[in-house]
Design a binder for this molecule. Structure first.
Ligand code: HEC
Length: 133
């Protein structure tokens, strides 16, 4: 009995960690963001989003969303397995707010240095969604 408990305590947290270990190190968006939906997904929105993506995001995330596949440090937007797990609101949150002080991913939202409007950030997200091969 005691042996079982000790065993469980030793291995349970380890397996939890393994199961939850994500491909990329991205903070989870708060609920008020994950519920948001993208209202800017027309062909025109996507074209404008592409322009800003190529100007500001492609240096790190890659022209075709290939990310940094060597050390998995930059999210690959063309990785469909990963992108399936991402809500629009999650993508918007990181694009607008950044991925935290330790991250190279800075926020582009209205209050940031870049000062992009919500609409512009959403348009970039609409374009990112087209990068799945
Ligand atoms: C200087 C490099 C760099 C630039 C430029 C950059 N990113 Fe990122 N981005 C990252 C890194 C690194 C991560 C992963 C977070 C981490 O590991 O810190 C990330 C993560 C993200 C995520 C998180 C996706 C998810 O899975 O939740 C989104 C969305 C994102 N970036 C959007 C953008 C957009 C939009 C732009 C341009 C407006 C942009 N990024 C520009 C480096 C960059």
């Amino acid at each position: 009995m005691l042996k079982n408990i000790v065993f469980g305590l030793l291995f349970f947290p380890g397996s939890l960690l393994l199961a939850a270990s994500p491909l990329y190190n991205v903070p989870d968006a708060p609920e008020e963001y994950t519920e948001k939906k993208n209202k800017y997904t027309s062909q025109k929105d996507i074209e404008i989003g592409k322009k800003y993506y190529e100007k500001e995001c492609a240096d790190c995330h890659g022209e075709s969303g290939e990310g940094d596949n060597d050390d998995k440090s930059v999210v690959a937007f063309n990785n469909s397995d990963w992108m399936k797990t991402r809500s629009d609101g999650q993508l918007f949150y990181i694009a607008a707010e950044g991925a935290g002080d330790d991250s190279d991913m800075e926020g582009y939202g209205p209050w940031s240095e870049m000062g992009y409007s919500d609409k512009r950030v959403w348009r970039i997200i609409a374009y990112i969604r087209t990068l799945i091969p």
